[in-house]
Ligand binder design. Structure first.
Ligand code: ATP
Ligand code: MG
Length: 450
């Protein structure tokens, strides 16, 4: 496999070489190219110090305190990091001090896995001479990649003690790269998985997101369970292991969860997260073979977990909402008003996600794809959404200001209650949704009140 970075990246490397510096493409991008994948970024490394990079690239800017500089080239932002070694991992997470280096080999030695510890490029050429870029692979990354093995660089336990995130990255890569974790590396994760508790929620969440973006996240999720990482991430998810579920013979509840996650299309990350958490309330609510209100309890547990992971609020709210409502039922005898009440309860924006979750839940329960009832509900929901019907307050022909102006009401609970009641009536019978009718009804409600 020939490595040929895109022209703007090559242009940066050439500028480094021409200025008497080493320049390499490094890390995940080399790994991806060798796997025949298209890298999503081309990280570069050099012996030039950050101040020097700012001189060489006039529109460059500091990215972080670890010596990474962002360079704009042909419209794209590219990252260049000065060779470095990491020191003083005090608390099982990021290094407290870094030291710049002059050799690519030193920089590769600090990286996590052999397949991530390769570079392609050249040191500073002889004055006037050409640079001869080549693959630099001191840890056997290429052979491991060919054999589809994920192996820690150096002593795995020591590397995981330096930075516990590497263990989570390992199970993530197992799923996203379709590689097997080498025996000693796996044993070290099992031995040190408790250190994951020291990581910040943000870093953990970022790896979890990437894992959930794999074709089959179950590969990584099952490894999390086997190694003990899952227990640190969520006691309740871990407690699903061994719990019975009467869906697929021989499967436990955790099997059902990971099957459900895999069954969600890869382009629906929020639903995948909801699938992971949908039954998180079951272990704590199990009594005599039933799971009383596991959806409501699960929504609370999910909210706490997502808070710990510092998930962005809109994501957390959507996921919790899906967990809360994943047990929805549908009865073909519902009238159209019933369908509209369902839409109102779930919320327009959440409907498609909830249906996707139910589909995955069914698949994860061993049911064949396609459900007549679900398809029917979907169709009926679509019909209502396409029609000129009332589904929420915004659809009413009047609003609070009208009631204040016409009926002399003031802001407050009465106003809100009357709007809600009007909404209920208009959901049941959309023909009343015009201004005069609604005002008459509102007046009547007000009189009844007195
Ligand atoms: P992706 O394709 O998902 O971006 P990646 O391998 O590029 O995967 P990044 O998180 O972008 O992952 O990191 C870039 C490179 O930095 C890695 O390939 C690896 O060499 C190194 N690296 C990242 N995180 C760590 C870590 N915690 N410990 C050691 N090396 C790391
Ligand atoms: Mg990357």
């Amino acid at each position: 496999m020939e490595i040929r970075p895109p022209d703007p990246v090559l242009a940066i490397l050439r500028r480094l070489w021409a200025s008497g510096h080493a320049g390499y493409v490094v890390g995940g991008s080399i790994r991806d190219v060798l796997m025949g994948r298209v890298p999503h970024d081309w990280d570069m490394a050099t012996d030039a110090r950050p101040e020097r990079l700012l001189e060489l690239f006039p529109d460059a800017a500091y990215e972080n305190r670890f010596g990474t500089v962002a360079v704009r080239e042909a419209g794209d932002v590219r990252e260049i990091t000065t060779f470095r070694t990491d020191h003083e991992y005090a608390d099982f997470r990021r290094p407290h001090r870094i030291e710049f280096g002059d050799r690519i080999e030193l920089d590769l030695a600090r990286r996590d896995f052999t397949v991530n510890a390769m570079a392609w490029g050249a040191d500073a050429p002889q004055v006037g001479g050409p640079a001869n870029p080549a693959l630099v692979d001191p840890h056997g990354g290429r052979a491991d990649l060919d054999a589809r093995i994920l192996r820690a660089v150096g002593d795995p336990e020591a590397r995981f003690e330096e930075d516990a995130l590497r263990m989570v990255r390992a199970v993530r890569f197992a799923a996203t790269l379709d590689v097997e974790i080498e025996a000693a590396t796996l044993a070290a994760i099992e031995a040190r998985s408790e250190l994951v508790a020291h990581l910040s929620g943000e870093r953990l969440a970022a790896e979890l997101d990437r894992l959930l973006g794999a074709e089959r996240p179950s590969v990584g999720l099952r490894l999390m369970a086997l190694t003990g990482i899952l227990r640190v991430l969520s006691f309740d998810l871990d407690a699903q292991r061994g719990l019975p579920q009467n869906k697929i013979p021989g499967d436990d509840l955790w099997d059902h969860t990971v099957r459900t996650v895999d069954a969600v299309p890869v382009d629906r990350p929020v639903v995948r997260l909801a699938a992971l958490l949908h039954d998180i309330g079951k272990p704590s609510t199990m009594a005599e073979g039933h799971f009383l209100q596991h959806d409501a309890v699960g929504a609370e547990i999910a909210a706490k977990l997502l808070d710990r992971l510092r998930s962005p609020r809109p994501v957390a709210e959507r996921v919790v909402h899906l967990v809360r409502h994943h047990m929805f039922t549908y009865d073909p005898s519902w009238g159209d008003a019933g369908v509209r009440r369902f839409i109102r309860r779930i919320g327009r924006d959440a409907l498609e996600s909830l249906f996707a979750l139910r589909e995955a839940d069914n698949l994860g329960s061993g049911q064949p794809p396609g459900s007549h009832e679900l398809d029917e509900l979907r169709r009926r929901v679509r019909e209502q959404l396409a029609g000129d019907v009332v589904l929420d307050r915004g659809d009413l022909a009047i609003d609070g200001d009208d009631l204040i102006a016409e009926l002399g009401l003031s802001q407050g609970p009465t106003l809100g209650r009357i709007l809600d009641e009007l909404l209920e009536r208009a959901i049941a019978d959309p023909t009343i949704n015009d201004r005069p009718t609604l005002l008459v009804l509102a007046q009547a409600m007000l009189t009844e009140d007195r």
